[in-house]
Design a protein around this ligand. Sequence first.
Ligand SMILES: Nc1ncnc2c1ncn2[C@@H]1O[C@H](COP(=O)(O)OP(=O)(O)OP(=O)(O)O)[C@@H](O)[C@H]1O
Length: 357
Amino acid sequence: MNLSQLKPKAALPEPEKTHLKQATQGHRFDAELVAVTKSYGPGAPAVDDISLRIPRGSYCCLLGPSGCGKSTTLRMLAGHEDVTEGAILIHDEEVTHKLPVDRGTSMMFQDYALFPHLSSLDNVAFSLKVRGVATTERRKQARAYLELVQMDHLADRLPNQLSGGQQQRVALARSLITRPKVLLLDEPLSALDPFLRIKMRSELKRIQKELGISFIHVTHSQDEALALSDMIVVMNDAKIMQAAPVREVFETPTNAFVARFLGGQNVLTSDTHQVSVRTDRCRLGRSPGMRSLEGQIAMIEYQGNLVRITLQTTLGDEMTVLQSDTEYFAQNPQIGDTAVMSWHPSDEHVLDPMQAG
Ligand SMILES: Nc1ncnc2c1ncn2[C@@H]1O[C@H](COP(=O)(O)OP(=O)(O)OP(=O)(O)O)[C@@H](O)[C@H]1O
């Protein structure tokens, strides 16, 4: 893909934009789950009594390990899966038992699912055709959405004449042309190579902010969730562990699971309770007034501007120090060296022992 294609170009035409902006007015939350449970059969539920409110115009990532219930939650929001108990609201209106097309949601799938025999333009226009919109009008709208995703120059190409990233843009335009109140995205970046994944995630965020609707995006990737989210929902074992603005989740994880899963934190036992300390607030060596732990250096990962040093403590715990490359090379410790990791007590954040992971 040519990088110049990724630069923001003309925005969505005013009438389209106004329509979408209006759709976000007059309600408190774009989406809400109220005590939602999903059981596929006997045994532990796939989603267990979760409640969640997604504020208007949010980029929200559902993050968690495989099998924790993220996709099931997304599918229930879309109406592709019935809820066993509880309620779903979109723009404050209950949609629990409504058909997917009547909810105001639109889903973008991992595999894009484009029609192979239709051009980009006709793929995007397809849902308007189904709704009986006249050819000229639907093509005009499809062109506007292709422009939004910077694919108008390839409007006549068939899907097999497009790269993966380009197909994804077409799929995104196709999901947006129905003017959803909430766009649901299931691992939308997982099929892309790492370079394109980073480009596309900033594109997704730009488009979400431009339209002002909420995007709810399922991902396994901590980096992706941190980069994209206004709000992160961390799930584990069918439950929500924490749902909060991105910085709050990173800086004040509720429990050890969230701290470990999001990364960038050490989980330590201090007296009787568990605390988290950011790895970039830890350093090698002792200093007055700092707490410390001794161990052996088990791993050193050079990351360019930063170096990640992992210590195995005498108790068998792993602790990580994230140092600048300058600091690291000034000391130049090696694997197998005995070292001390220290941190300031004020950098400790107390974790909830009830849900410790
Ligand atoms: N159609 C189904 N029938 C029975 N069990 C299912 C079905 N779909 C999902 N499950 C189970 O529900 C649980 C949650 O699955 P879900 O797909 O929601 O997880 P996930 O967090 O999206 O995982 P992944 O990241 O691997 O896609 C899992 O234990 C899974 O095996």
